[in-house]
Ligand binder design. Structure first.
Ligand SMILES: [Zn+2]
Length: 353
């Protein structure tokens, strides 16, 4: 039989992480800009945190620089940014923000075929280093294929200023790789899905590191930001190796997206994934108590009511979460969980009740 395997992987060209790396942006831009202007996409708050500094650095270095301030990652905002972008003949885009601004930039970069740099202002989830963008549509959130950033400039001195909650959520997004990996293995056994041991090993390494060092994830400590950001980047690399979010997104992420659909959660992505990973670990028959204790160490609540969610909300979200991505087989199976089973799983693990 002829050899027919093939695989494509996309990685960032430069990854800069650490104290003060934002000052390297002009030299990165001069390396990659092949003509046209530089367009910075940022938000109201994140512009103050880092967008303005990036803009000033680039203007001082003589680059034709424009700034677009936008809102949440919705298709509406993406269209507006793209319309404004057309007047500016961009040669390079820079997304400066917590997550949604980077998601917008990533999608716009893919649509307009312009390279982009990711400048995260908080370490709140692994989207800062992945080729996928979460976009809000009509009452739903879709994970869109976009492009990998050409470079990631993660300045820990900037990110340490974000509220601690974002750091804990970013850590949880990586810790929840534990259940994503169980789902992937399950699917490879039950469905014969392709499984990459190298991607899985790296994903598992990143979550294990944060589980073991959870006591070092502390508020206001730049080294904690460094610790979490490194594993966010490792988790992003695992997704790049797999050419899929599979190593870092399973049933716990479907649960999070099902919660998003309710439209009333006050939790951020990583917090919802934390709840999802605990209940998913229970469904897998694994050591969910260990996850509960880790989230407790990093002071991240896994109680639904702390995020404005009723018992009924989360029971329904869990029971129907498998519908989010029917193509991705997980422990949630292919039909709704019975409401009584969902209730029991959430109750035993302490998410409700
Ligand atoms: Zn995530």
């Amino acid at each position: 039989m002829e050899f027919e395997k093939y695989k494509t992987m996309h990685f960032p060209r430069d990854v800069l992480v650490g104290h003060g790396v934002i000052s390297s942006i002009p030299s990165i831009v001069s390396t990659y800009l092949r003509g046209g202007s530089v367009v910075i996409v940022s938000g109201n708050i994140t512009y103050g945190l880092a967008g303005k500094e990036v803009e000033t650095l680039l203007r001082e270095a003589g680059f034709d620089t424009h700034i677009l301030i936008t809102g949440p990652a919705s298709f509406q905002n993406i269209k507006e940014v793209e319309d404004e972008m057309k007047e500016l003949s961009p040669g390079l885009l820079i997304g400066v923000g917590g997550g949604s601004k980077i998601d917008i930039t990533k999608k716009v970069a893919a649509d307009l075929n312009v390279p982009f740099l990711s400048v995260p202002t908080s370490p709140s989830h692994d989207g800062i280093a992945s080729p996928r963008a979460s976009i809000k549509g009509n009452g739903s959130v879709v994970s869109e294929t976009a492009v990998m950033p050409l470079a990631i400039i993660a300045d820990t001195a900037v990110m340490v200023k974000a509220p601690y909650r974002y750091l804990a959520a970013g850590a949880a997004d990586v810790i929840s790789n534990e259940t994503a990996l169980l789902d992937w293995k399950l699917s490879s056994r039950v469905k014969g899905e392709d499984y990459s041991s190298s991607a899985a090993a790296l994903s598992e390494y990143s979550s294990r590191e944060l589980i073991e060092k959870a006591h070092m994830i502390l508020p206001g400590v730049e080294e904690s930001v460094w610790l979490v950001t490194k594993q966010i980047l490792a988790s992003g690399t695992a997704m790049a190796i797999a050419s899929s979010s599979r190593p870092a997104s399973g049933s716990e992420h479907m649960f999070s997206h099902a919660i998003d659909l309710l439209g009333k959660s006050k939790a951020i992505h990583g917090e919802q994934c934390a709840m999802g990973s605990v209940v998913s670990m229970y469904l897998h028959g694994g050591n969910w108590q260990k996850l509960v204790s880790v989230y407790d160490t990093i002071k991240l609540s896994i109680k639904a009511r702390d995020y404005g969610l009723s018992d009924d909300d989360v029971i329904r979200a869990l029971a129907t979460a498998h519908r989010i991505r029917p193509d991705r087989f997980t422990i949630l199976g292919e039909t709704d969980l019975s409401l009584s089973a969902a209730e029991k799983a959430l109750e035993v693990t302490g998410i409700i009740g």
